[in-house]
Design a protein around this ligand. Structure first.
Ligand SMILES: C[S@@+](CC[C@H](N)C(=O)[O-])C[C@H]1O[C@@H](n2cnc3c(N)ncnc32)[C@H](O)[C@@H]1O
Length: 227
């Protein structure tokens, strides 16, 4: 299984609201791009590489916002993946909209797709139903923002909540399966994988984020008494 949370390419010197404070939207050089063509070409490249390494019965989850999700969906179609779901992560505590000229952004999309139209993929239907009071789980997931305890070793500007990643891992893998995250960030996917006894490969451009991931992983090892 692959989970990918690629750059949104939002670092355009604008402002946003964080914990009630006005802050810059800039996240780093990795989040800068010159227009939609460059962004789409980047998305086509890495989504193609993911198809090359994904097993035939594997699936890919890609998360994004309205800024990049259309390019990501189009790139999946161009590489002939089969889209399975369009998950809406409904944020219970989104930041307010500072411009007051459109609605508050309170969701992110996560596209779930399998490698080919005809391939078989793994879905832990029973467990998802069980986690949802014995009713079929829908594609709208109400999950809060990242907890303070998940940031104790430092912050990543676009860290995902562990609860979200654990649900994804439980839904689409079994114990022992291998998970790849090509945009590791603070390593949330790896932490979910470790806590749920899956194997993990994470890639990131920034050494500092890999260091943060190592610290988070050491904590999991202590918790699970892996050393
Ligand atoms: C949106 S963040 C991922 C956050 C992650 N899901 C988490 O929970 O912490 C994207 C990450 O991709 C990394 N990145 C950007 N471009 C990359 C590239 N070309 N190859 C590998 N990593 C890259 C950035 O350094 C950043 O940490």
């Amino acid at each position: 299984m692959i989970f990918a949370d690629p750059p949104y390419f939002l670092s355009n010197d604008g402002i946003t609201c964080q914990s009630g404070r006005m802050v810059s939207v800039n996240k780093g050089e990795w989040d800068k791009a010159e227009g939609v063509k460059e962004i789409h070409s980047f998305n086509l490249d890495w989504i193609g590489e993911c198809k090359r390494v994904l097993k035939d019965d594997g699936t890919i989850w890609i998360s994004g916002t309205y800024h990049n999700i259309y390019s990501l969906g189009m790139a999946l179609l161009e590489h002939e993946y089969k889209i399975l779901n369009n998950i809406v992560w409904f944020k219970t505590n989104p930041p307010p909209n500072l411009g007051c000229r459109c609605f508050t952004h309170a969701n992110e999309t996560i596209i779930w797709a399998r490698k080919h139209k005809d391939s078989k993929h793994y879905f832990n239907y029973k467990l998802m139903k069980q986690l949802n009071n014995d009713r079929q789980m829908k594609d709208v997931w109400k999950i809060g923002q990242v907890k303070k305890s998940e940031k104790k070793y430092g912050k990543h500007p676009t860290q995902k909540p562990l609860e979200l990643l654990k649900r994804i891992v439980m839904a689409s893998t079994e114990e022992g399966m291998v998970i790849l995250d090509p945009f590791n960030g603070s390593g949330t996917t790896g932490i979910a994988a470790a806590e749920l006894s899956r194997k993990y490969i994470g890639i990131d451009l920034e050494e500092e984020y890999l260091e943060l991931t190592r610290k988070r992983y050491d904590d999991v090892k202590k918790k699970l008494r892996l050393f």
